[in-house]
Design a protein around this ligand. Structure first.
Ligand SMILES: Cc1cc2nc3c(=O)[nH]c(=O)nc-3n(C[C@H](O)[C@H](O)[C@H](O)COP(=O)(O)OP(=O)(O)OC[C@H]3O[C@@H](n4cnc5c(N)ncnc54)[C@H](O)[C@@H]3O)c2cc1C
Length: 402
């Protein structure tokens, strides 16, 4: 394919979404000289390092640890458009925005993340408003999680792992297992009924890691409901209905629920003809080259892309690598590289131990961090996840250095 001729009225690479994916990609494009000019469309004034939300929910971090003004993380040299995309015109090669802008691009990279789908679980949003349901996945609710879990002495508490798509869904186990460690130390675990609703049969889908997690859950006396998703919530009487393959089960008079909402891709992706046809409406890309199947100048990475692997921030390091190479290769008519679906699932098993699982798309183990990625929870892995990776994120990943 011949490179598109330079058009001064079009941004060379337009990136949609200034989360982990968009900022690290924009920084790397400039650092490597892969793009002439880069613009970023992002409405939020705040950038979040989302993995720390679970440590807020475990009383090990504060919101201030994970938030930075967006203006501080948008790389120098990137034009930041403070607006939200609400449509893509593939023929005109433009995006439109909520505030009525039309932005022309030569190459478009979509990484707007996922939207909460409150309608999928009737009553859940009202239960959040009532204060007895919350989760670390909803940033405004995350600071409420630890004070409520820490105070709990008796009753029934429900935890859920969201069905795919969701940002690194297995990490929804972190608040559960950190809370269990706390309740055990305080001697109140036996007075609590702790129920975990898993959307699949196992938490991760990697046999040795799942076996280790099963031991940990059994050790804390957690009742595991498998292939179970919350169907509806009664916010007034604190009742939750959970659908399983054989029956709908009820939990009544709940003390608390760490219930993660379901997610979909933003609706304008489907409305613009870019979705993969699944109900969640993810961007239809070749999951190996990261290029839209029907539109060679459109690419996607991150949670909103149909990558056929568990999405995670750890996966993005690899995706950004491949995408930067492929943007350059496509422009020069070279060979595209392939993303193997590498991803990570870091799961705290207690207040100071973490199980780090790295896999590829097939579920086979991949060990990029060989000393830490083992079938045994470790303090060193916990310290890496809580303290080292956040520094690496702000100083390296978001600056396009890693
Ligand atoms: C609670 C939680 C814990 C996690 N823990 C871990 C972990 O321990 N390890 C790990 O590797 N991963 C973890 N993840 C997953 C990781 O954070 C995500 O995979 C990663 O943030 C995805 O990056 P993204 O850029 O695709 O999406 P996001 O980081 O969600 O960013 C999307 C950006 O797009 C913007 N946007 C939205 N709509 C529009 C629009 N219409 N126009 C323009 N911009 C738009 C948003 O404002 C946002 O800034 C966790 C996620 C959560 C929620």
């Amino acid at each position: 394919m011949t490179p598109a001729p330079h058009d001064p009225h079009r941004t060379d690479v337009l990136v949609v979404g200034g989360g982990n994916a968009g900022i690290s990609l924009a920084a790397r494009l400039l650092r490597t000289g892969t793009a002439r000019d880069v613009a970023l469309v992002e409405p939020s004034p705040v950038h979040r390092y989302r993995p720390l939300l679970n440590y807020v929910g475990g009383g090990e971090a504060t919101t201030a640890d994970l938030e930075r003004p967006m203006v501080d993380v948008v790389p120098d040299g990137v034009r930041w458009v403070r607006d939200a995309v609400d449509g893509v015109d593939l023929d005109a090669r433009t995006v439109t925005t909520r505030r009525g802008r039309t932005l022309a691009w030569s190459r478009l990279v979509l990484c707007p993340g996922l939207d909460e789908d409150w309608a999928a679980t009737p009553g859940l949003q009202d239960a959040y408003a009532a204060g007895w349901a919350f989760s670390t996945y909803v940033p405004a609710a995350a600071p409420l999680v630890w004070p409520a879990l820490r105070r709990l002495r008796e009753g029934t508490v429900l935890f859920t792992v969201p069905p795919e798509p969701a940002g690194c869904a297995p990490t929804a186990l972190k608040p559960l297992l950190m809370a269990c460690g706390h309740w055990q130390r305080r001697g109140v675990l036996d007075d609590l009924r702790v129920v975990l609703a898993l959307p699949l049969r196992h938490a991760i889908g990697v046999p040795d890691a799942d076996a280790r997690l099963e031991e940990v859950l059994a050790g804390y006396g957690v009742e595991v409901w498998r292939e179970a998703t919350v169907e509806s919530v009664d916010p007034v009487v604190r009742t939750v209905e959970v659908r399983t393959p054989t029956l709908t089960r009820r939990l009544e008079d709940l003390a608390l629920a760490h219930a993660v909402p379901h997610y979909t891709a933003p609706g304008w992706i489907e409305a613009s003809g870019l979705a993969d046809g699944d109900p969640a409406g993810l961007v239809d890309i070749d999951p190996e080259t990261l290029r839209a199947r029907a539109h060679p100048d459109v690419w996607a990475i991150g949670d909103a892309a149909a990558l056929r692997t568990t999405s995670s921030g750890g996966a993005l390091r690899k995706q950004v690598d491949v995408l930067v190479h492929n943007l350059a290769a496509a422009a020069a008519g070279g060979r595209l590289r392939r993303y193997d679906g590498y991803t990570v699932a870091p799961i705290t098993t207690s207040r100071r131990r973490l199980l780090l699982v790295e896999t590829d798309r097939s579920g086979a183990r991949r060990r990029r961090l060989p000393l830490l990625s083992r079938a045994r929870p470790r303090l060193s892995a916990w310290l890496l996840d809580r303290y080292v990776l956040p520094r690496w994120y702000w100083r390296g990943i978001l600056r396009g250095r890693v």
